[in-house]
Write a protein that binds this ligand. Sequence first.
Ligand code: SF4
Length: 444
Amino acid sequence: MDKKDKVEKINAISPSFCLAKWTQVTLDLVHGTTHSCHHPKRHSVSIDAVHQNPSALHNTPEKKQARQEMLAGKRPSECQYCWNIEDTPGEHLSDRFVKSMDPWSWPFLKEVLECGSEGDYTPQYLEVMFDNACNFACSYCLADISSSIYKEMKKHGPYKVENSTHRMMDPNWKGDFKREENPFVEAFWKWLPEIWTNLKVLRVTGGEPFLSKHTFRLLEYCLSHPNKELELAFNSNLGIDRERLERYQKFAQTIRENEAVKSQELYVSVDSIGEQAEYIRRGLHYDQFLHNLQIFLEDKSFHRITLMCTFNILSIPHFDQFMETVEELKSKYPHLVLDMSYLKEPHYLKASLATSEMREKVFLGNKRVQESTLFDEFEKNKVGRIAHWLKVADEGEKLSGLRGDFFSFVNEYDKRYGTSFLASFPELKDFYILCKKERFLSSF
Ligand code: SF4
């Protein structure tokens, strides 16, 4: 069945149907939250429910409700990320189709339909966060995910922006468990043998996963329980000490020698190049990042290495050079894949705050990607739809307040970390002045 037929079949089930609501799960075991897929907001898992049945880590009442809506052709509001893409003019496939057609989703269509909205589904794609320990404090990230940001917010408190909860701990979530007594981690280790042979993709995220002992326990589990159909993946900021990275690399090599899994993959993140990338991802040393990336790219244990970009307003000034760098790396390492999503929150770092002049840089970078023979269809679609979104993205009346918030944020961020926005982003001086004016005007 070709892509067009699959799209038609998905829409024939319902115009809001998406397999990922069943097949894919992301678990944050630190706070006991879950979502399917990773785009909707996370929601809490019941401790009582996981005590009775660890599959409640995935099959929550909230997801069952969203599954019911999808089967009835209603759009779950939590999937707005996809509706935004689908409602922009032109032929752009949203993740609803991309994820539904993925090899860990599409072959299980029958099982998903049989499960319906009431049953408990055993996922094929599991992403798990054991720990929020992280040595980075990226500009768009949260205290819940990074222990470094947690410390920052505890010390300095909220930023003076309209949504002052940004970067703060979510008060609605649990998470005051001692590391040794976390009921969700306990439920995960109980659930794992049950779902192990069903899993096609297992991805560990964080925090920085290689700072967690559970990551290494999982690597040992993979070695002692071979699953030849499993794609095993880890996220890493590649900014941790060499010893930990080498320990992981040795595991990866042994797993490959023993053919314990089908393939191994590493996901790394960067959103621009050089100093601007370092500004966005606080803690990143760009040259060290590139050096470590090349070590892993040279290692035959990895079937694919994915470079993830969370495209935000600060990605814009060097977007074209960033794409050029990725293109150069791809010419040497064809198994390097570019993945790109636009930043949804915080709103004041969204690329849609950019002026039309700034947006041109993105269109230029997109042109490079679309014309290159080194980027594949997946990458062209990801970059192309971001450029397309940016053509039409408009924050309307909110724009002035958000630009004012941008100004407040970068000034405070500079104060907290001893950085200088204007020194790192001289090309954005006019934009900075514009945002300053907006802040001034919105104070009346
Ligand atoms: S519709 Fe989109 S946001 Fe919702 S689960 Fe599917 S891919 Fe994720």
